[in-house]
Design a protein around this ligand. Structure first.
Ligand code: NDP
Length: 446
């Protein structure tokens, strides 16, 4: 990076946020790709847009006490980072995972600002979560945690202010408990959360949206480069919400998905993954992916996560967590003939891995564009809640497809306009940035 202004902003971010490598990584990636924009737009420098963009508008950290099944008091830490509201109410999921700390929530919130801008819907960026681990907890424990979490969070959110949703560890069950508690405390039934159950304001196709949207985006990227999913071998990491519906849509588009994983290990089934079995294990029984191999003789289970990238494939869809593909894994993918990596998870590739994709001419679909289908459909859920109407699955799915196509088009044309044709990461960062930057400039120094 050569631009003095951007170098200065990054230095300040590093000084101000020590011990938060994920946040610094996310900011660095974006600032590096904004260089040609900043070179052309002194007015944005004058307005201090980037200086303001890298500092969250508000960060809330709170105690979450709850009582476990043995009557013992447990204490977790809760977070909500309201990053940017220039183009709409804060919007972004809640992550429940033991690895959660402020640096993870800030990286996710920062990414969310650009992603939400790309969807074309009026949503600002935010993110929240807790170091609570839902794994191995009873329904009662999860409910008591969610109620305690929402008791504090309810003071800071609202349908026109900040609308949380799901993320790792937060699915329909957790959103339901949180919504119930919000309603009880505030005595109002509003669209304060998305990803709700269908009986109380949820949108059809929200569950499928991130995985489906990932495949719609990837299909557009493939098409623009004379390729398709048809007949291709696909590896998908994770076996949660995003991974499951990515597997379903990629298969429907003619691909064969041969591997999936969880945080313990991965299964390789050269005959093609039996998704019904994975759904039963993960969505119903809440068991480990290793159990899949016990009932599928053609499949093998391997302990550990990173080995999944050594399986030969045409297309890789990382759908588990941040930094799951490093340089070595990226080199293995290339060596084995992979020509496309498209990201369902947030920031699943390290900067060194991205370098390998770009140097080897892979088609690379960056998370903030490729996985924006989830939040886009959350935006559609907000519209339905405001209208007090429910749209059909087909209506929502058709809107999702249109949005993913327009996101790809925006990435493609921004990359071209700024002299980086085919670099969809740069295109996504630039297109997402420009809309937020114009709004921030127009609203003055706030
Ligand atoms: P889920 O909790 O439903 O599933 C997460 C999956 O990833 C599980 O298989 C989990 O395994 C695995 N995983 C989680 N943490 C790790 C880890 N540290 N190492 C290896 N594997 C891990 O979450 P989602 O599917 O909702 O989210 C997956 C990714 O997609 C995240 O990066 C999320 O931010 C992103 N995303 C999600 C959206 C959504 O709508 N849900 C929208 C946009 C992005 P295990 O069960 O063993 O923990």
């Amino acid at each position: 990076m050569k631009n003095e202004y951007l170098i200065g902003v990054l230095e300040t971010v590093k000084k101000r946020n020590p011990g938060e490598p994920e946040f610094i990584q996310a900011v660095t990636e974006v600032l590096e790709t904004l260089e040609p924009v900043i070179d052309r737009r002194p007015d944005l420098v004058e307005a201090g847009v980037v200086d303001r963009l890298v500092e969250p508008e508000r960060q809330i950290i709170f105690r979450v006490p709850w009582v476990d099944d043995n009557g013992k008091v447990q204490v977790n830490r809760g977070f909500r980072v309201q990053f940017n509201s220039a183009i709409g109410p804060y919007k972004g999921g809640i992550r429940l995972h033991p690895s959660v700390y402020i640096g993870i929530i800030k990286f996710l919130g920062f990414e969310q600002v650009f992603k939400n801008s790309l969807t074309t819907l009026p949503m600002g960026g935010g993110k929240g979560g807790s170091d609570f681990d839902p794994k191995g907890k009873s329904d009662g424990e999860v409910m008591r945690f969610c109620q305690s979490f929402m008791t504090e969070l309810s003071k800071h959110i609202g349908a026109d202010c900040d609308v949380p949703a799901g993320d790792i560890g937060t699915g329909a069950r957790e959103v339901g408990y949180m919504f119930g508690q919000y309603k009880r405390i505030r005595n109002e039934f509003t669209g304060v959360l998305t990803g709700k159950g269908l009986t109380f304001g949820g949108s059809l196709a929200r569950t499928e949206a991130t995985g489906y949207g990932l495949c719609y985006f990837t299909a557009e990227m493939l098409k623009a480069n004379g390729k398709s999913f048809e007949g291709k071998t696909v590896v998908i990491s994770g076996s949660g919400n995003v991974a499951i519906y990515a597997c379903q849509k990629a298969t429907a588009m003619g691909a064969k998905v041969v591997a999936m994983s969880d945080s313990n290990g991965y299964v390789y089934d050269p005959n093609g993954i039996d998704l019904a079995a994975v759904k039963q294990l993960k969505e119903v029984e809440r068991k480990r992916i290793r159990e899949y191999a016990a009932t599928h003789p053609t499949a093998t289970y391997t302990e550990g996560c990173s080995g999944i990238w050594s399986i030969p494939c045409d297309i890789a869809l990382p759908c588990a967590t941040q930094n799951e593909i490093n340089k070595e894994s990226a080199e293995l993918l290339v060596k084995n003939g992979c020509f496309c990596v498209s990201e369902g998870a947030n920031m699943p590739s390290t900067p060194e891995a991205i370098e390998v994709y770009l140097q080897n001419g892979l088609l690379y679909g960056p998370a903030k564009a490729a996985n924006a289908g989830g939040v886009a459909t959350s935006g559609l859920e907000m519209s339905q809640n405001s209208e007090r109407l429910s749209w059909t699955f087909e209506e929502v799915d058709a809107k999702l497809q249109d949005i993913m196509k327009s996101i790809f088009a925006a990435c493609e044309s921004a990359a071209k306009e700024y002299g980086m044709e085919g670099n969809y990461m740069a295109g996504a960062n630039i297109a997402g940035f420009l809309k937020v930057a114009e709004a921030m400039k127009a609203q003055g120094c706030v």
